[in-house]
Write a protein that binds this ligand. Structure first.
Ligand code: ADP
Ligand code: MG
Length: 299
């Protein structure tokens, strides 16, 4: 694999250690390249690299829709990248491209520098629509990813049950999705996405149907979990404060066709307390994001 041309000059890394420190860790130990190897070690390659990805949806008898236009981005292991952009600008399409569910018309997507890598199955994805299986109860929906990864049922159930407490769904483990509120379903979908500990985690508006208090609690929880593990996370949100509470980097997309119009490094300490929203740096970042989203603000 000679992919040196794919390596960006700076790879943002939040936390390179503690692969095994999380109570959630379910995967076998990962193998890094040997210390003496001349090749780049795994953690030096971007976990995800998108180069000039473009996607137009062609519809019979309708005009084509240019959803994503020449988007390039890298995400390192341990890094949390947030994408914000107006409705319909191609955010979900970009996540689908990263996940391998939609192939770009042109451009490439690589995992650890490998553009030929099979992405489905290596990427955990919480879709914008929760996609819970109606015939499975909450517990067996939550453990689906672990089941696919071959984790024994008792272990999977134990892990999911432990976290269900934190998610506020412990009393609903035997309930079926049809009986749950939108917010409850979303928590189950989030739990299902984070449990298998894949290297790449994609989250499409994971908190949108939640009330403000639950939202803040689950944001804090997610941030804690990701600080203790070493994943590359890409989250889509409409909410610039949420982007700044969680992101190491925030990418702003333009209205359709979605292009990246601003890339903001968020230089704020972690963990980020709620009152960081009053910090002058936070306020300045927020203004930068809002201005990039809406030209009218700065006119
Ligand atoms: P966002 O997530 O930013 O709201 P999407 O990525 O869902 O935007 O959609 C971008 C545009 O592409 C929208 O106009 C949407 O209708 C269109 N689109 C998305 N998926 C398809 C598809 N499978 N077929 C046709 N059009 C699509
Ligand atoms: Mg979307």
């Amino acid at each position: 694999m000679s992919q040196t041309s794919e390596i960006p000059s700076t790879v943002h890394t939040r936390n390179d250690d503690s692969l095994s420190s999380s109570a959630l860790n379910t995967d076998p130990p990962r193998s890094d390249a040997g210390e003496n190897s001349a090749a780049l070690t795994r953690s030096e390659l971007p976990a995800v690299s998108v180069r000039d990805a473009t996607k137009t949806f062609v519809r019979p008898d309708l005009s084509p829709i240019e959803a994503v236009d020449a988007v390039s981005m890298d995400v390192a292991l341990g890094e949390f990248v947030v994408i914000v952009g107006p409705s319909g600008c191609g955010k979900s399409t970009l996540l689908n491209i990263i996940a391998g569910l939609v192939e770009p018309d042109s451009g490439t997507v690589g995992l650890e520098g490998d553009n030929e890598a099979q992405r489905i199955g290596r990427v955990a994805y919480m879709h914008q629509i929760d996609l819970l299986l109606p015939w499975r109860n909450v517990l067996s929906n939550a453990t689906l990813g672990l089941e696919i990864a071959g984790i024994p049922r008792a272990d999977a159930d134990a892990k999911a049950t432990e976290l269900a407490q934190r998610f506020g769904i412990a009393d609903f483990l035997n309930a079926y999705p049809a009986t749950l509120s939108g917010g409850m379903r979303q928590r189950v979908a989030l739990l299902r996405a984070v449990l298998p500990e894949r290297d790449v985690l994609l989250l499409d508006e994971p908190f949108k149907a939640l009330d403000a208090i639950t939202r803040a609690e689950l944001q804090r929880w997610l941030s804690d979990v990701l600080d203790r593990t070493n994943r590359a996370t890409v989250m889509v949100t409409h909410d610039v404060e949420e982007a700044l509470m969680l992101g190491d980097r925030v990418l702003v997309m333009s209205p359709r066709p979605g292009r990246i119009v601003l890339e903001l490094d968020v230089d704020l300490p972690r963990p980020r307390p709620r009152d960081i929203v009053r910090d002058s740096k936070f306020v300045d970042y927020k203004w930068q994001l809002l201005s990039a989203l809406d030209d009218d603000l700065t006119r």
